[in-house]
Write a new protein. Structure first.
Lengths: 540, 306
């Protein structure tokens, strides 16, 4: 909790530090080198959904909405203003005038319509198409019956109206995710399937060079509409760098930010070294690591068994395994998410109580089961710790450590994985709203073949409450909505389909050459780093 | 000779066809759904179905395989599911780096392996011989990721003689080439030692000595060329050994070759890339063996092609 408060305070400090008066003092110029292990797959905002490309896309493109740097507070981006109808189903966005794409053409409402039509078109194969389900006409586009969203209308060159088929309180967040970025039709048509290698947006940076498997170079967009942004002239992203090697290069002054963070193998060495004290940055993220229990597979169909598992796991020991890079979880929502219940205490670690519950369920002699886990470190070690905890109450667990895709596939089948440790796969929020932590992973819509609700938990009463909560679009009723979500998640915990284990903290490092508020280096939305606001000390 | 080449070429083609079939079967059978992988975690069932249909993943196995093969004969290796780029383009962009690394590794293994073998043979049954053979044993049995990280730590991090990973200059090439070549050097030193000992016992060496040639003339003019014969033929076969090593070495050193591409594709179950890299590697191995067989009779007339 202390750490959560710390993260909150850091975000607040960052927000204060990013006031225009302060930002104006910073001179533009300089460059930095950021490293990543994996190659960048694509920079097409309709398709990119990776750790590496998420923030890169945010720097190349803009959407109607965005977040204040280093925070989860929504702010207007390409939308100069917006209005929401009383019933919460019509959003009218007034666009900024004079915003230009990197190719020099002005961005208009037609581009907004084109971008939304494109991302929802099945031919685009966007992994984010599902986010736009509330727009009127989405089903017809998804079914391939038409290529134009009925609900998106160009009113005039600088006004676009979006009608929803149902009230959706998360819609402004949806307009801030990468998939809603505005793209120019002529460039998409020119490059076709290769647009992701030749991205053209309105963002703070433009792509200068991309040598596959080696590096990408971003140059400052001189014509960027937001004054004084970005701070740097150039960013070089070097890919194919193992995190340990990346850290060594940073220590030698050859790199500035290890994009994959501080690797576990070097964590203690680096964090305990006084010379790096000021260069290490810790931040919260909208993440929860949990064990799912498939309520359709006996004996996890019994509430007592699921509660017993919740009480048997020693979360502090699991956190020690990852060198303390997390805070213990007692509910699905992470602490910085609206709707988090600070008063809720959850299931306390109590192996004896867990044994009693098992006996009550008629399983006093224990039982055998399987725990599926993604096979990269530290997940198998975490699974072993959980295995030992469950053995102590008589549950004999066989660990199935598999490739990520195989675990995800097993979770998507109703009768394959009795338990799954979510580490390395789920769940980091797509946007900072509690709704994103319910539908796909705890709601009935996710409890389908190939879905992400691996506990196959489906409580129709809670689903109704969730729909009700998402219908509250009036900003004045924000607290009421949060309260409703709080109730939903605590009710979920009463049924215990998950054993929440921890909320991961992010630790990264920056070189001494770089400046900027700490919060932008562990930005909760521009993950992992908000490149637009990093500045170089050597040009100040 | 002509009919031999034709026969071997046909054999090679059949081997490649077999490899393509088995790899395709294996990738088809893995319990992961590429359509869902592409669709992402927020996709609706309909989106997943659309993607499955667009990629032809809903077709029966034989039809999928036939489609892949017909693309292959036209030089089309397909498009990466996740990178959305032509697999041919991805491999072509990375192949030069891998080839460069292989050349470096061959140079390293020959230089180190042959020198070690030669010295060991000349100092037979002395402590020098024993130490060198222990070293070669270490080379053959050490995992490449251990050697790689060790070299990186000592020569790049501690001594700062070489860059820490990356690609571009001759200095970047040294440590990865050494790591990849170290295993081969172990083999070559042992082969060179026994081959050299064998040759030094031959009558023509005694004759050379008897006619008064100097020691170095006997060694480099008569013994070495003969001892090298069986080794040169081995270089083609090395390609197979390297192919298994590059995945590790390229990952450790951040070397942008096809090994790194394959490793990333395997983690993400990007089937077209895995297929493409497997086929290109198989082709390289088949070609290497083929060339080794062709070269063997040229350097050793006792071997005949049949």
């Amino acid at each position: 909790m202390k750490k959560a408060l710390l993260a909150g305070a850091t975000a607040l400090l960052a927000a204060t530090a990013m006031t225009p008066a302060h930002a104006d003092d910073i001179k533009q110029g300089g460059s930095m080198v950021v490293t990543y292990k994996d190659d960048v797959s694509t920079l097409d905002p309709a398709i990119g959904y990776d750790w590496q490309n998420w923030s890169m896309i945010k720097s190349l493109f803009d959407g109607l909405m965005d977040y204040e740097p280093g925070t989860t507070n929504l702010m207007k981006d390409l939308a100069e203003d917006y209005t929401i109808s009383e019933d919460g189903t019509v959003f009218t966005f007034k666009l900024r005038e004079g915003v230009k794409f990197h190719n020099g053409r002005e961005m208009t409402a037609e581009d907004v319509k084109y971008s939304l039509d494109r991302v929802t078109n099945p031919k685009t194969q966007s992994p984010g198409a599902g986010f736009f389900g509330s727009i009127k006409g989405f089903d017809a586009v998804a079914a391939g019956e038409t290529e134009s969203l009925e609900g998106v209308t160009v009113v005039d060159p600088y006004t676009v109206k979006i009608e929803l088929s149902r009230p959706d309180a998360t819609f402004l967040h949806v307009m801030a995710i990468n998939f809603s970025s505005i793209v120019p039709k002529e460039e998409v048509e020119k490059w076709g399937a290769d647009f992701g290698k030749h991205p053209v947006g309105t963002g703070a940076f433009s792509l200068e060079d991309w040598t596959l498997g080696q590096h990408l170079i971003f140059k400052r967009n001189e014509a960027y509409w937001r004054a004084g942004v970005p701070k740097l002239d150039q960013i070089t992203f070097e890919v194919g760098q193992e995190p340990v090697v990346a850290l060594l290069r940073l220590q030698r002054g050859e790199a500035d930010i290890p994009g994959d963070g501080i690797p576990p193998a070097k964590f203690l060495e680096v964090t305990q070294d006084p010379q790096y004290k000021d260069l290490i940055i810790e931040g919260g993220q909208l993440h929860t690591g949990y064990v799912t229990m498939n309520v359709k597979m006996p004996p996890f169909d019994k509430l007592e068994v699921r509660q017993a598992v919740n009480m048997a796991i020693n979360k502090d020991r699991v956190i020690r395994i990852i060198n303390g890079r997390a805070v213990a979880a007692n509910q699905p929502l992470p602490p910085s998410m609206p709707g988090y219940d600070t008063a809720y205490e959850g299931y306390k670690y109590d192996p004896e109580g867990a044994k009693t519950l098992l006996a009550k369920a008629g399983l006093g002699d224990g039982f055998e089961t399987e725990l599926y886990v993604y096979n990269t470190d530290p997940n198998p070690r975490i699974a072993q710790s959980i295995q030992a905890d469950l053995a102590a109450i008589g549950i004999k667990v066989e660990i199935k450590a598999l490739a990520q895709a195989n675990v995800i596939a097993a979770g998507g089948e109703a009768d394959q994985a009795p338990m799954i440790w979510s580490g390395g796969m789920a769940w980091i929020a797509d946007f900072p709203d509690p709704s994103n932590f319910y539908g796909p992973i705890l709601g009935c819509s996710g409890a389908v073949q190939g879905g992400w609700n691996w506990s196959w938990y489906c409580n129709e009463d809670l689903d109704k409450l969730a729909t009700e909560a998402d219908s509250i679009t009036d900003p004045a009723k924000k607290a009421e909505r949060e309260e409703l979500w709080r109730k939903i998640f605590i009710s979920v915990m009463d049924d215990a389909p998950w054993a929440p284990v921890f909320h991961e903290q992010r630790f990264t490092m920056r070189s001494e050459r770089l400046g900027g508020p700490d919060a932008i280096f562990v930005d909760p939305v521009h993950i992992p780093v908000n490149y637009d606001y990093v500045w170089a000390k050597d040009v100040q | 000779m002509g009919s031999y080449v034709l026969r071997r070429a046909l054999q090679s083609l059949l081997i490649l066809l077999g490899i393509s079939f088995f790899t395709f079967v294996l990738l088809y059978l893995i319990p992961a759904d590429p359509a869902r992988q592409i669709a992402g975690r927020s996709a609706t069932t309909q989106t997943v179905e659309n993607i499955r249909e667009q990629l032809g993943l809903n077709l029966p196995f034989y039809e999928q395989y036939f489609r892949y093969l017909s693309g292959l004969v036209q030089g089309d290796l397909g498009r990466s599911y996740l990178q959305k780029t032509e697999v041919g383009e991805l491999i072509a962009s990375r192949l030069p780096a891998t080839l460069l690394l292989m050349v470096g590794a061959i140079v390293c293994e020959l230089l180190i392996g042959l020198t070690m073998g030669l010295v060991a043979a000349l100092r037979r049954n002395t402590p020098t011989d024993t130490s060198l053979m222990v070293l070669s044993f270490v080379g053959v049995s050490s995992p490449q990721f251990v050697i790689g990280i060790l070299l990186l730590y000592v020569f790049a991090v501690k001594l700062g003689w070489f860059p820490i990973g990356g690609y571009g200059t001759f200095m970047h090439m040294v440590l990865p080439s050494l790591t990849l070549g170290f295993l081969g050097a172990g083999w070559y030193s042992r082969m060179m030692r026994s081959s050299m000992i064998d040759v030094l016992r031959q009558d023509f060496i005694r004759t050379a000595r008897a006619k008064g040639l100097k020691r170095w003339q006997v060694l480099f003019g008569h013994a070495l060329p003969n001892a090298l014969l069986p080794i040169i033929a081995m270089i083609g076969i090395d390609i197979g050994l390297f192919m298994s090593g590059i995945v590790v070495v390229e990952s450790v050193f951040g070397w942008p070759g096809i090994g790194q591409l394959a490793w990333q594709a395997i983690q993400r179950v990007d089937i077209p890339i895995i297929m493409g890299v497997t086929l290109v590697s198989a082709f390289a191995i088949v070609l290497g063996n083929f060339l080794a067989d062709l070269v063997a009779p040229l350097i050793d007339p006792r071997i005949k092609l049949r």
